[in-house]
Structures are given as C-alpha cells and as structure tokens.
Design a protein around this ligand. Structure first.
Ligand code: DX5
Ligand code: ZN
Length: 218
C-alpha cells in the first residue's frame, strides 16, 4: 500500500492571496486544483492561467481535477500550464482510453474520477492504465459539503476490483474529508485525501495537514 498523501484544495483558498495561501500549505503532498466550467458543475473556477500561476510559486505537484464537459478538448491547456496529475470524469469523457493515453504520453499522471452515482465497474476496462482513481464523496461543484456515507463501501468495492484486475492505482477521495473521518476513509483503502474547508478552516494549516496525514497512517 501507499504512503498517505494530503491534497489541500485551493477552492477554499482566498484567491486574491493565492501565493500566500499556497505558502501556508507547504506541508502538502499535492495541491488540488478544481477546474470547473460552469456546465459540468454549477460553478466556474480556475483556468490554465491559475494552474500556471500556482506552478510559478510552488514546487508541490499540482493535482488538477477537471470538472468540465469537454476534457478531451481542454486537457492540453492544463498540461501546458504545468499540471502534474490530471483527473478526468468518467461521465464527461467519451473516449476515456484515448484521453488517459494522451495525458501519460505528455508525461503527466492520469486519473479518472467517479461521481457518487457512477459505479466502480465503469473503470473495469481502463483500470490497468490508471495512475489514480478519484472517488467523489460529494457531488462536485462546491467545497464544504457533507461526506456521503456510502463512499466507504464504494472504496472497498474499488479495492476489490483493483485486486481482481491486478491493478495498483492510487485511490484518492474528494469531498467532506476532515480529521474526524480520514482514519475510516484510509481504512477503507484510500491513500490520497483532498481537503479544502478542513485545511483552510484550521488555525494552523500545516499542523492540520500533518495531523490528518498521521491519522491516515494510523
Ligand atoms: C468539490 C471539489 C473539492 C472541494 C472539496 O467539487 O472537487 O475538491 O474543494 O472541498 P471540501 O474538502 O471542503 O469538501
Ligand atoms: Zn476536487
């Protein structure tokens, strides 16, 4: 199994002070960047210029979560901007195999995201090609939502599917994660944890990142 990684989401940062808010999470393993197009989700956030801006001020790998309807047409913008990991939604990419191959050919890591209602079986034929699977534990669009309880069992089903396929992707979970539930999410089989409001809402952001990582290890 993998060492746990904490990926604070800059959706919860003060974007007017982005450089400062990146400095405040220097203990992060990944920086999670939520790209929303106002169409796939009812919110609109960061374009490739924001990814490039992050790249200028941090060496921490950028984990770019593409919540867009046309990932096949837009992922190159984010790869050009310096994305280290790109995750695309299974619900949005018509040619997932081609998209994943393209991301890897361009030297980045590739992941596929599942919305809460999308079954893990949707990944059966692509699993061996993936660096990561991202399981949404909220309906995407906004920070600060409540963790959907059915996600624990879903992670376990994904772990079984990976074992049967002999595949070893990282398993990331996104939405409603805090120090209060990260142990149980890790026990289900996840190793990469996105946290927006829990990290940015803490008094000492780096201390909270370290605390969450330690809990995930326990
Ligand atoms: C939700 C985003 C998440 C969000 C998580 O659509 O994909 O990455 O930032 O925020 P919290 O941790 O506050 O649920
Ligand atoms: Zn996200």
């Amino acid at each position: 199994s993998f060492e746990p990684r904490i990926a604070p989401s800059i959706l919860s940062a003060d974007i007017a002070y982005l450089a400062r808010d990146l400095e405040r999470i220097s203990h992060a393993d990944l920086i999670h960047v939520d790209v929303m197009d106002g169409h796939f989700t009812g919110n609109l956030t960061f374009g490739p210029n924001v990814v490039a801006a992050c790249k200028r001020v941090t060496d921490i790998p950028l984990d770019v979560h593409m919540m867009v309807s046309n990932p096949d047409e837009t992922i190159d913008w984010y790869l050009d901007a310096g994305a280290d990991i790109i995750t695309v939604h299974a619900e949005a990419s018509t040619h997932l195999h081609r998209t994943v191959s393209h991301i890897k050919e361009r030297g980045a890591q590739a992941g596929v995201v599942l919305n809460p209602a999308t079954p893990v079986g949707a990944l059966e034929d692509i699993l061996a090609d993936l660096d990561m699977v991202l399981v949404m534990s909220v309906n995407p669009g906004f920070g600060g939502q409540r963790f959907i309880e059915g996600t624990y069992a879903k992670i376990e089903r994904l772990v079984s599917l990976c074992e049967r396929a002999g595949a070893h992707p990282r398993i990331e979970v996104d939405g409603g994660i805090s120090a209060g539930n990260i142990e149980r999410i890790a026990a289900a089989g996840a190793d990469t944890f996105v946290a927006g409001s829990a990290v940015y809402g803490a008094a000492d952001l780096n201390a909270e990142i370290d605390r969450m990582r330690a809990l995930a290890k326990a």
